[in-house]
Structure formats: structure tokens, C-alpha cells
Write a protein that binds this ligand. Structure first.
Ligand SMILES: Cc1cc2nc3c(=O)[nH]c(=O)nc-3n(C[C@H](O)[C@H](O)[C@H](O)COP(=O)(O)O)c2cc1C
Length: 350
């Protein structure tokens, strides 16, 4: 397809070639089996968005440890038993000429499991949440190994890239923010110490992945709340993440507690990219109420981002990219060429 639209212009990230700049944002669907294995419904869910023309699909959170699930219906990659199911999603997505990454995560104090939850410090997420057990220094080091092992399994499942979830009040974010991290060991205190877990995880996952497969990090450009990650701290984190071999930073914000401290409007998080852009030469992406083709195109051209993450719009409409192309007056990108037989003048039945 010839186009002057940046949204539909191919993009190369590390060794991964994307056919467009549209990324499906990670969205937890609570549809896995109780042992963390993938169900047929999830294969269909992701396959449908690939069929709809998304360039890169990022899965929902995939737990690196059983205690790191939000619920018992989350996907896991803490055991070899999980590889085959993730591979089925990967194959479905590849069959539609799209790329796929897994979002590796540990939910920390946000977990709602019968066995309770863990966190850097025994401080609950909100008034209604359980008080987490404080992780020992040894347990923190052990979790870094779990991230590495999950990354090896993701690679065996043939994913194209991995995203580390370091935002939205999940475990890594809980280490970064002073309000949830009051530790006195090497993982608490100064920014350098609070960032240690994230940077060790990134190093471990980078080592586990072939150099051609990009490593993305989703992190908070600011938490907009006292005791959260500040914009200056996020800019420093970006420098360290670049040094550790991250290939793209995706900027989101807030949710270290249940209160969001800012305003929400179309493209509201892209402004947090600006400080990061000054500190890092890495490709950047953002997310948040980017639901029209025009806004996505504008942000790619003038908002300082290289890829657009799209969440709820893709839940509402798996064919969002095809409809976006039509909105822009372009030929729709059809993953199955025979679909062109559905348009044009009617000649005869088949
Ligand atoms: C149903 C749902 C589930 C979500 N699950 C995740 C998740 O697993 N991981 C994550 O990083 N963000 C998750 N998010 C946040 C989205 O990825 C995205 O950042 C947010 O919805 C804003 O983008 P949007 O306005 O385009 O929906 C979820 C959002 C929704 C609506």
C-alpha cells in the first residue's frame, strides 16, 4: 500500500519489522485457565486483532510467578507447561502477518489471590486492599531469576519481543515509588536503590533474549501524586534503561494507588514523553485515549512518539486499523488478500 500516512508506514525496532505503527496495548482479559495456561478464547481474542490489521500485539500481563497474578485467570509463564499455549497465540498472530510481544509482570500488592500478596513494604495499595507481606532481599533476587526464566520461555514460544511492565502499581512500580517502598536494604531509599529491581530485571531479560528481539519497558512518566515517581526521576530512569539495553520506552502515568492525580482526555499521556525525550535517544511510545486515526497520526508526527499503543478502542473494534485506514481515505490493509473479493461490483455468485 502506498501512503503518506505515518500510522501505516512500516517501522523497524531492533530486528523486528512492523508493517505499521499500531500497537495493541496490554489488556488483562481474565480468560486463562486456573493453572495459568492459555485458553482457545484467548487465541481467538488476539488472532482477531491481528486479522484486524494491528502491526504489533502486546499481550496482557503474563505472570512470571504464581503469586504475581492479579487473579487465578491470568496467563502465566512461570513453568514450561505454559509455553505451548503462548505459542498458540503467537502462531495465530503470525498467521495474520502481525508481530507479537508478551508483557511480563508481577502484580505485587495488587494481587487478589487466596494466598495473599507480596510487596517491597507492608503497605496496602488502597484502603480496601490486603496488607502485603514484605519481600526479603533474597526473595527479591529470586524474582529477578523468575523474570529471566519467563523470558527464556517467551523466546521458546517464538514471541517477537518482550515488554516489562514497570507501571500501574505493579511490583516493579511499587519498588520505584517511595510511597510503596520503605525498605532499608539495597532495594530501597535512593532512586538508584529503588530502581535496582527494575534494572536487574531488564538486564536479566535482555540476556535471555536474542539481540534481534527488542525489549520494551512500560513505565510511569510521572505519578502525579506525592510519594510517587516524579518526572525528573522518570527521565533519569530512561537513561539507565537505555544503558541496560532497552529498545523502546512506553510512557504511561499514575496508578501507584487507586487515585489518578491528573486529567484524562485524548492523548493525555503523550505530554509526559517530552522530558524523557530530552534524556534519551531511544524510540518512545505512549498510550491513553488515542482512539482516532487523526489523533494517532498527529501524535506520531508532532508528539515525539514512534509507536502508538491503543487499548479500549481495539477492545470495542478488533478491526480498528482497517477502519482507521478507511477514515484516512486509504485502501484498507487486508491480512487475507481474498477479502478484496468482498468489495467492488457484483459479477456473479461463487
Ligand atoms: C480491560 C483493560 C485491561 C488492562 N490490562 C492491562 C494490562 O494487562 N497491562 C497493562 O500494562 N495495562 C493494562 N491496561 C491499561 C491499557 O493497556 C492502557 O494503558 C489504558 O487502557 C489506556 O489506553 P486506552 O485509553 O487506549 O484504553 C488495561 C486496560 C483495560 C481497559
Amino acid at each position: 500500500m502506498t501512503t503518506d500516512s505515518l500510522l501505516f508506514t512500516p517501522y523497524r525496532l531492533g530486528g523486528m519489522d512492523l508493517k505499521n505503527r499500531i500497537v495493541m496495548s496490554p489488556m488483562l482479559m481474565y480468560q486463562a485457565a486456573n493453572d495459568g495456561t492459555v485458553t482457545p478464547r484467548q487465541v481467538l481474542h488476539y488472532g482477531a486483532r491481528a486479522l484486524g490489521g494491528v502491526g504489533l500485539i502486546m499481550t496482557e500481563v503474563i505472570a512470571v510467578h504464581p503469586q504475581g497474578r492479579i487473579s487465578e485467570s491470568d496467563i502465566g509463564l512461570w513453568s514450561d507447561e505454559h509455553i505451548a499455549g503462548v505459542r498458540r497465540i503467537v502462531d495465530a498472530v503470525h498467521a495474520c502477518d502481525a508481530k507479537i510481544g508478551v508483557q511480563l509482570a508481577h502484580s505485587g500488592r495488587k494481587a487478589q489471590l487466596p494466598g495473599g500478596c507480596v510487596a517491597p513494604s507492608p503497605i496496602p495499595h488502597s484502603e480496601d486492599s490486603a496488607t502485603p507481606a514484605e519481600l526479603t532481599t533474597e526473595e527479591v533476587r529470586h524474582l529477578v531469576q523468575y523474570y529471566g526464566a519467563a523470558a527464556v520461555r517467551a523466546d521458546q514460544a517464538e514471541v517477537d519481543c518482550i515488554q516489562i511492565h514497570a507501571a500501574h502499581g505493579y511490583l516493579i512500580h511499587e519498588f520505584l515509588a517511595p510511597m510503596s517502598n520503605q525498605r532499608s536494604d539495597e532495594y530501597g531509599g535512593s532512586l538508584e536503590n529503588r530502581a535496582r529491581f527494575l534494572l536487574e530485571v531488564v538486564r536479566k531479560v535482555r540476556e535471555a533474549l536474542p539481540a534481534s528481539k527488542p525489549l520494551l519497558v512500560r513505565f510511569s512518566g510521572t505519578d502525579l501524586i506525592e510519594g510517587g515517581v516524579t518526572a525528573d526521576e522518570a527521565a533519569q530512569l530512561a537513561k539507565w534503561l537505555e544503558a541496560e539495553g532497552a529498545d523502546l520506552l512506553e510512557v504511561t502515568s499514575g496508578n501507584i494507588t487507586s487515585l489518578y492525580g491528573g486529567d484524562v482526555y485524548p492523548g493525555y499521556q503523550v505530554k509526559f514523553v517530552q522530558d524523557i525525550r530530552r534524556q534519551s535517544s531511544l524510540p518512545l511510545a505512549s498510550v491513553g485515549s488515542i482512539h482516532s486515526a487523526d489523533l494517532a497520526e498527529y501524535l506520531l508526527r508532532d508528539g515525539g512518539i514512534d509507536l502508538v499503543f491503543i487499548g479500549r478502542a481495539l477492545l470495542r473494534d478488533p478491526f480498528w486499523p482497517i477502519h482507521a485506514a478507511a477514515d484516512m481515505g486509504m485502501e484498507p490493509p487486508l491480512p487475507i488478500p481474498t477479502y478484496t473479493r468482498s468489495t467492488g461490483p457484483y459479477h456473479r455468485g461463487f
